[in-house]
Design a protein around this ligand. Sequence first.
Ligand SMILES: C[S@@+](CC[C@H](N)C(=O)[O-])C[C@H]1O[C@@H](n2cnc3c(N)ncnc32)[C@H](O)[C@@H]1O
Length: 265
Amino acid sequence: MFSSTELAIKYLNYAWRASGRRGHGIHSPFVYEFVSEVLNDSRFFYPYAEIEKLRTTLERDLRMPESEDFGAGSSLKNISGKTVADVARRALSTQKFGRLLFRIVNHYQPVNLMELGTSLGISTAYMASANPACSLVSLEGSKSIAQIAAENFKKLGLKNIWQVVGNFDDTLKNLIKQSPPLDLVFLDGNHRKEPVLNYFHQFLEKRSVSSMFIFHDIHWSREMEAAWRMIRDHPEVMVSIDLFSAGFIFFRENFRVKQHFIIRF
Ligand SMILES: C[S@@+](CC[C@H](N)C(=O)[O-])C[C@H]1O[C@@H](n2cnc3c(N)ncnc32)[C@H](O)[C@@H]1O
């Protein structure tokens, strides 16, 4: 993981190179629409309030989830000794990013979604509440954390989330085999180069021309940046967008020319 100074320098470099949020100079109609209708949509949607109220409760929750060891190098070890409040304050999507996930689902209306890394269910809740008709499969390795997420989905009245508990290495392969083509994939767990590339290659099997894959924390570490570069440069990826906190990829064949955008968020 980069130090806060390294991250600040990286952020300044990104902000310097990024296109403004008005979309000037973006010639791709698809990306222009993404910027003007999704990124810049400042409307307030009513599920935001309930999800953020729940986040506030979690930030005060002093329960201690059981830590589970998934073997050498597993990023699951890092909840050991932490309270729910610690996890809620440090490991979840921000309000700004959660709202963006909501707007993406609200705008594109994906039907089949998969998320790697449920944690306490905040990002899951943002996506699932944007389209009650969608089906969101969310994977989490920690049983006790997944249990708290399940309570949260119940509190929010969300019935379109299917939780799968276990190490991605054990659960993902079969799930992908049985899954219909995926309209949206959100990868937010196990932020290391090889696992991320491995998950990406598995998800490629279920991509359609209109799929969107979202990779969280692409500038979080050298490994994540290396993985993001390889994903962006993959021949099947036609458009990629770097918002600093996350990278987005699209496969639409009518894009013809491969393009990469860095956009201020
Ligand atoms: C950054 S958190 C997810 C945050 C959540 N998406 C949100 O924004 O609200 C990452 C989650 O992935 C889980 N995770 C990490 N590596 C995993 C693995 N190999 N198998 C299963 N779960 C894993 C962790 O337990 C953690 O809860």
